[in-house]
Design a protein around this ligand. Structure first.
Ligand SMILES: [Zn+2]
Length: 499
């Protein structure tokens, strides 16, 4: 008897340590609470030991020092096999949107099952299940500095967004998905009598400076696929359509700003999306099981689409990125835009508060298209004064390629003079709109020690959107950089163009 226990015990321990399946914490918790950071850490470390397919790294830390876990899935060595396509899925930038994290943890566990092994014949995948652990612990939207991470991708002041972009820069993922939740429970909708009710909504990139070909494949390829994939899996789905209720505010396909997870990667000609599950009432854990399963199904659907269209997506992304990497004269970049109607109404599925039944509403003020109001011609690059610390530090955080600059007869140095500071409507907000004249400088001010940032790089269009003083998405629209605009003064950033 004693002898057999001695034999069996090590076997049982061995079995527990090396082959027992790691159960995702939301399942262990029976979806009765949101997974805590400690539970997430324990689970991820356990999962890491379970399969050669997965390797866990800590890519960075939050404001309060929590780990930003990064899960690398690869059937070989990550990013070594150049024939594969690289996909990045990241969740919970907003700490009170718990289902993205839960779904990502469930996905991680699911992907280790033999039936999903085929995906990794073509895909190298990174999952960051929790971008904002500090916010998650407090069940709050923002990070511990009180910053909205999904409005921080332009200025990159926060360690969480910096970590995400360092990760992106290292591998230049061809496909990215940013996972969120939307809340349909607003007072204005209650008054309207209906609310949105789709389990999962999906959005593509809308900034018009992003490759048109990529946007077309997003809208005509991926979106129809994933909406059907979700409904085949018994989850209601719809195109991500913020705004409303009808009659009060127009409905659009989210912002064309490039400071969020979707478009900050999209502007680098990435096949990039946002997925938004439905939040619980009062940020609660209400319905958490269905919410997490819906999110997981959406993420898995992305992997299946990418697997089935690997060559097409990869070729397209790199063809379009090549256009960013080389300078082509005469390109127009839109720096002010507006949402406009397509002429077709939107048929919006809603839930009636009074009957509890689904209904379809015809929305007349639907503005799905983005039209440019103001273009600039793409310059060769910009010169940032070396003594302007806020700009120099920003350029460093963005890891822009910098080159030495020499005045040659083929180039012209432009300097904006700020003649007035006006304002303009940007998606319902009022932002600064500088009035400028552009003058030619014959030589550079000697004492500034300028840093040259060429536009012929992956972030070239982002650089233009950031540094043009009239850009409604520009640095000058952020408090931290508002002082760059002074009426009657020259704008400190110089503009280099071909003569
Ligand atoms: Zn969100």
């Amino acid at each position: 008897m004693i002898k057999s226990i001695i034999f069996i015990l090590p076997l049982m321990l061995h079995g527990y340590l090396f082959s027992q399946e790691a159960i995702p914490p939301p399942v262990t918790n029976n979806f009765q609470k949101a997974t805590s950071y400690d539970e997430l850490s324990t689970f991820i470390n356990h999962l890491d030991k379970q399969s050669d397919l997965l390797k866990v790294e800590i890519a960075g830390q939050s404001v309060e020092g929590r780990n930003l876990y990064t899960l690398f899935f690869s059937s070989s060595e990550f990013a070594k096999d150049k024939s594969k396509i690289k996909v990045l899925i990241f969740a919970q930038q907003h700490g009170n949107e718990q289902s993205g994290k839960e779904g990502a943890l469930m996905l991680a566990s699911e992907l280790l099952k033999p039936e999903y092994r085929y995906l990794f014949d073509k895909i190298d995948l990174v999952v960051v299940p929790q971008v904002n652990p500090d916010g998650s612990e407090m069940n709050k939207r923002r990070n511990a500095n009180g910053k909205d991470l999904n409005r921080n991708h332009m200025i990159l002041t926060e360690p969480e967004t910096q970590t995400l972009h360092t990760l992106f820069n290292r591998y230049l993922f061809e496909v990215t998905l940013d996972v969120h939740e939307y809340s349909p429970y607003g007072e204005s909708w209650k008054k309207y009598g209906y609310r949105k009710n789709a389990d999962i909504t999906l959005g593509s990139t809308t900034n018009t400076n992003i490759s048109k070909n990529i946007r077309e494949l997003s809208d005509n390829g991926y979106l129809p696929f994933i909406l059907k994939y979700l409904s085949d899996s018994q989850f209601s789905s719809f195109t991500y359509s913020p705004g409303g209720p009808p009659g009060e505010e127009y409905i659009r396909h989210s912002t064309f700003d490039v400071n969020d997870g979707r478009q900050s990667f999209g502007i680098q000609n990435t096949f990039s999306f946002i997925q938004e599950g439905m939040n619980g009432k009062d940020d609660s854990i209400e319905n958490l099981k269905r919410r997490a399963e819906g999110q997981m199904t959406g993420m898995r659907g992305l992997l299946e689409y990418v697997h089935g269209n690997k060559e097409k997506i990869k070729t397209l992304v790199w063809e379009e990125r090549k256009k960013l990497l080389a300078f082509t004269p005469g390109q127009d970049i839109s720096i002010q835009s507006v949402h406009v109607p397509s002429g077709k109404p939107l048929i919006l599925p809603l839930l009636s508060y009074s009957t509890g039944k689904d209904t379809l509403v015809k929305v007349k003020d639907y503005r799905p298209l983005v039209r440019s109001l103001l273009d600039v011609q793409k310059p060769l690059g910009y010169l940032i004064p070396g003594d302007c610390t806020i700009l120099v530090d920003w350029a460093k955080r963005q890891s822009f390629e910098q080159l030495p600059f020499k005045i040659d007869p083929g180039v012209q140095i432009g300097q904006y003079l700020i003649t007035a500071i006006d304002s303009i409507d940007f998606e319902g907000d009022i932002v600064v709109d500088a009035q400028v004249t552009l003058n030619e400088l014959k030589e550079l001010p000697a004492d500034k020690g300028f840093i040259y940032i060429p536009t012929a790089q992956l972030k070239g269009n982002l650089i233009i959107l950031a540094l043009e003083p009239r850009s409604m998405l520009g640095l000058v629209t952020y408090d931290k950089y508002a002082s760059l605009l002074k009426t009657g003064q020259p704008f400190p950033v110089l503009r280099i163009t071909k003569k």
